[in-house]
Write a protein that binds this ligand. Sequence first.
Ligand SMILES: [Mn+2]
Length: 407
Amino acid sequence: MEEFLNKEFFEWVDKTAEKLKRFMGERVTIVHHNDADGICSGAILSKLCESLGFEADLICIEKVFPAVVKKIHERQEGGVIIYTDLGGLAAEMIEKIDAGRNVVFIIDHHPAKSIESDHVFVLDPELAGISGDIFVSASTLNYIFCRRIRREMCRYAYLAVVGSVGDYHDRSGGVLGFDRFALDEAIHMRQVKVKIEGTRERYYIEFFGEYAGEVARRLTNLGAVGYERMGYRKGIKACFEGFDEETLREAEELEELKTEKFREAIEYLKDGGLNQGKHVQWFHLHDMFSPMGVKAVGEFCQLIKDMTFVEEDKYLVGFQNIPKKIPELGEIDWNAVKMSGRVPTPLERKIFHGQALGLDILVPKASEAVGGFADATHKIAAATVIDKGKEEEFIQAFEKLIEGGRI
Ligand SMILES: [Mn+2]
């Protein structure tokens, strides 16, 4: 594989693999994300641990919050903790909280920050100048990584393909770069067949007897919609055993549940649940979306932002309570609310033309004003976490910023 792939990156993969091998045999905890890519990543890493002769603990989280990291690192000492499909930007925070108790690996494909540390190691293509959003899913990265440690891991190339498609890396018509490399291996080993549909490639996964997109949809339903019910566990199991009747049914039911919850929430907003400010329209779903993870409120905002009951010239802001309990970890010491922001299309245009402020400016500033921290902001889509009870203050700060910064 060295022939056509970034050599420097491969040396880095090898170096990290060497480091990990040294610690094998210790207690290992794998912390993974709850969508299809995160589930496939957790599955691949857990197989690696198994093939090295010990079992790993799996913890599925939605985001790397300090309070969550604290809880994870309190549980063990002198072991290995691997974060995957998340954590790229959190190395410093994790190192500080761990305080030398464990060896930590962060195997991620999101934007990352490197760290000089002798016990926290980041493996992320973004740090080698390779876009993790286009060319490498976390599943592909884990596949390449694990395969360098154990050749027999090539048996799971199909999971790299499912993870890549789950993160929409096939959006240009087919997967590219490192994802393509994993795909080629999967094809070569007869795990995957490529079918062309119009101008798009579709990947048929022999093991599941199903296309990658469909498998990814099921996994994301289990992990994200069924998050509080620990649906991701069934997802991980399905990665190696296939989907049994019950799991299939659950994945479908969860999708229906989401549709139903979204429908109910729309009714609630139409019934006066949508508060109108001068420049912002906002709502609070409290626990209405349970058992869905906190990604749901963002997806919901995206769905409704151009519906007729939403004012087209105002920013749209939604809040959802973050559950106090995290599966596998129990009570977390926090009282937090997830905020998601979206923009109706006409206002979107104004933002792109520089006639209105983008969420990438408004959300971090309004968060700061109430002591929160925004970590995922774009011009027309943003999310943040603030303390419960600060919602109205956040909206006021938001309105004030618009008043003060009118372009
Ligand atoms: Mn991912």
